[in-house]
Design a protein around this ligand. Structure first.
Ligand code: NG6
Ligand code: CA
Length: 508
């Protein structure tokens, strides 16, 4: 029988269209970054925690690529986020330490960020959750009662729903796009970090009114029975309820996914959990047996599950990359008496690592780091050295864009490594706490500095020392043996490279 060439050509045409659609689809794969606050390397079960179970994150890890040597850039929040969004190490710029609640916008409006990269590639971009990168004009103050600007919308985000700074800093209100949510104009907000405003009680003056007491700091205005950093008056109808924060922001993130399910989107979902004050919803209270810190971990795992369920429900499961990671390492007592210390039991928030949040030791910056993209990223583990500072250049490459010479000065294209196509990690990575460190080929050098080694406030070894420190992470992941004196050549090489990266003003 004579073949029907018309039908055959039609089938070929369909196949061709199918193939090119797949390619086009891949170019517009959605990207979601789930950014947890203060989550330690050992805080989730897929990273070895045995005293707590995080089934949603474990599922993400078992279907994705789990990095054992993944890093944020700094041991605290603001600089890590700055560096993740801009691709520049935060320590290069003044004013990128832990931001006050009334800090002005730290990233200059119009600057290329990971959000502008996606926006330029035709994505709808959103940030939901903790911001902590300042809002309002340089040299001025945010107008909490008017248009809160500039903010994320000036650096590439189409949508934002924000906790302006942190849960423990005023103002304790949400911001959607440019406005404080539910604000009554007859009850304007006042915010101060320099002295009391209004006549509302503070934790210092009226501790009997508190439902959670500070252990250090955190004794200014009482909002919902918890005293905060900073003073606030007014804005009563706009104030958040701590127990509902996770529900509210997770809901907004899910709404963003649903609204944008038919077009490519980039979502930066930044949880309040497991930062202080840890006040999880009643559903999680007492469920971990570890007090509010453990319960907040369960709530954070739930939030992660909600995001994943929203992706699945909308058929986006195999066309979305999800990156799950944290902004800095763990801290147990970070300023409130919330039983985190008493109920920790055998749980090791940092796993085998030394230090924690604020620390130059590896627990400060080596964090959970999972990349999930079913059908594309092969499940498994990778011990390649990867850093969040590389997201900008990597996603520029992913969306097939070149970046200008001065953009993302410390961001390397690590796309192949992040997607598991290569086992080769970064040649080296700089880490930032009080001191700077450099990691290269599993050696870690911490530069000498004069700050004390131990901070009694947070009970964390900060990794500071007046002498150079060198650790062989391959043999000594807990950084117990400083071998600087045994390897003077290596100390010279690493300190020299660190010095060069500082002096060059860029490393890409
Ligand atoms: C510290 C706070 C701490 C936390 C941290 C920022 C005190 C005594 N301590 O100054 O509780 O808010 O700043 O954490 O106020 S971060 O994760 O946002 O960097
Ligand atoms: Ca943090």
């Amino acid at each position: 029988m004579k073949p029907n060439y018309l039908i055959l050509s039609f089938i070929c045409l369909l196949l061709l269209i199918g193939a090119s659609c797949k390619k086009a689809g891949q170019e517009k794969t959605n990207v979601v970054i789930i950014y947890i606050d203060d989550l330690g390397f050992g805080d989730v079960s897929c990273y070895g925690a045995t005293e707590i179970s995080t089934p949603n994150i474990d599922k993400l890890a078992s279907n994705g690529l789990l990095f054992t040597n993944g890093h944020c850039s700094s041991a605290t929040c603001t600089p890590s986020r700055y560096s993740m969004l801009t691709g520049e190490y935060a320590w290069r710029e003044k004013g990128t330490g832990i931001a006050r609640g009334d800090a002005s916008m730290i990233i200059e409006p119009g600057r290329t960020t990971i959000a502008t990269i996606f926006k330029d590639a035709g994505y709808t971009t959103g940030v939901v959750g903790k911001w902590h990168l300042g809002l309002g004009p340089q040299g001025g103050k945010a107008d909490w009662n008017g248009v809160v600007k500039p903010g994320p919308l000036e650096i590439g985000f189409d949508y934002c729903f924000l906790i302006p700074a942190t849960g423990d800093r005023v103002p304790c209100v949400f911001i959607e796009d440019y406005k404080v949510v539910n604000l009554d104009p007859d009850d304007p907000i006042q915010v101060s970090f320099d002295g009391k405003v209004g006549d509302e009680p503070t934790g210092k003056e009226n501790p009997e009114l508190l439902k959670m007491h500070p252990s250090h700091g955190h004794d200014n205005t009482i909002i919902n029975g918890i005293s905060r950093i900073g003073f606030m008056a007014g804005g009563k109808s706009a104030r958040w309820v701590d127990e509902d924060i996770a529900d509210v922001i997770t809901g907004k993130a899910v709404d963003f996914i649903e609204k944008n399910k038919d077009k490519p989107f980039f979502l930066y979902f930044s949880t309040h959990d497991i930062h202080v004050p840890r006040v999880p919803n009643q559903r999680f209270v007492g469920k971990s047996g570890m007090g509010p810190r453990g319960d907040a971990i369960l709530q954070m795992d739930w939030s992660t599950g909600q995001i994943m369920a929203a992706l699945e429900r909308n058929g986006l499961g195999d066309n979305t990359i999800v990156i799950f990671t944290s902004d800095n390492g763990p801290v147990v007592d970070d300023g409130y008496k919330d039983e985190a210390v008493e109920k920790l039991g055998n749980h090791k928030p940092a796993g085998p690592l030394r230090g924690g949040k604020y620390s130059a030791f590896d627990a400060g910056t080596r964090v959970p780091f999972i990349v999930w993209w079913p059908g594309q990223v092969k499940p498994g583990t990778s011990d390649a050295l990867v850093g969040q500072v590389d997201f900008l250049a990597s996603f520029a490459a992913f969306t097939k864009q070149d970046i200008a010479e001065d953009v993302g000065p410390d961001s390397f294209n690590s796309l192949k490594t992040l997607l598991g196509e290569s086992k080769e990690g970064r040649p080296y990575l700089i880490e930032h706490a009080d001191a700077l460190s450099i990691i290269k080929d599993n050696w870690k050098y911490i530069e000498p500095n004069n700050k004390p080694r131990f901070n009694k406030w947070v009970n964390i070894e900060l990794g500071n020392d007046t002498v150079p420190q060198l650790y062989n992470l391959a043999l000594d992941i807990g950084e117990k043996n400083n071998v600087a004196l045994e390897y003077p050549e290596l100390v010279k090489e690493l300190s020299g490279l660190l010095q060069k990266v500082k002096e060059d003003g860029r490393s890409r």
